[in-house]
Design a protein around this ligand. Sequence first.
Ligand SMILES: Nc1ncnc2c1ncn2[C@@H]1O[C@H](COP(=O)(O)OP(=O)(O)OP(=O)(O)O)[C@@H](O)[C@H]1O
Length: 250
Amino acid sequence: MNEIALAVQNVAVAYGEKPVVTDVNMEFPAHQITALIGASGSGKSTLLRSLNRMNDEIATVTGQINFHGVDINRPETNVYRVRQQIGMVFQQPTPFPMSIYENVIYGLRLRGEKDRTLLDHRVETSLKQAALWEEVKDRLQTSVQALSGGQQQRLCIARTLATQPEIILMDEPTSALDPISTNQIEATLAQLKEQFTIIIVTHNMQQASRISDWTAYFEQGKLVEFKPTDQLFMNPSEQRTADYLSGKFG
Ligand SMILES: Nc1ncnc2c1ncn2[C@@H]1O[C@H](COP(=O)(O)OP(=O)(O)OP(=O)(O)O)[C@@H](O)[C@H]1O
């Protein structure tokens, strides 16, 4: 068993009076890819966004989310720092209207980083990790508008990597992309787990079975089953998981 990157204890999330995630307990293994699957509305994205305080303004989160033994929901937590250590990539690519170079170092600029050598190095490393370097290395100062959707998403991954997080949260990062771009990103993720812990929400069960080491199945805001991916797909313990995997609902 790997070291634990993030431990979720008795977590519940509500939008106003409406509970949408209830009593979730799970531990995310470090340097592994964990997929969150389940029918639309089962609370996967809500839980994911709670893992780096992205829900602060819109939802009430109770329970503990322990990162290095400290609950990220404590009032004294530095939320900016948590989001740097636990980064997020969204469903739609969200490049900013600036150059490729400036997009990658956006988080570092916010932190006030001015060391040109460090910035150059971080741009190159992050773009290489996101498997985009070869395609853009000769046009780093050009606008992102000319990039394809798949390239833009890899750029957003590079932007997240540039601040050197420990954990990367991904909310259906390939659902807006064509199959070739999806393959490229899946190959990238396999490399990234050497260095990072990845937690990914996906609607695509083939994708979950292809890329993840662990899979958690959610139903109506509850964690039904959490196992190594091959075991969950081949030999689910719960009938509800088996029904979902066989397409009986969802
Ligand atoms: N900002 C919000 N305000 C109020 N209710 C919300 C909000 N976001 C999501 N919900 C509701 O919370 C429930 C869980 O939604 P969530 O997006 O977490 O599920 P999901 O499993 O990720 O679904 P999908 O796969 O469709 O994205 C749904 O009933 C949804 O309508």
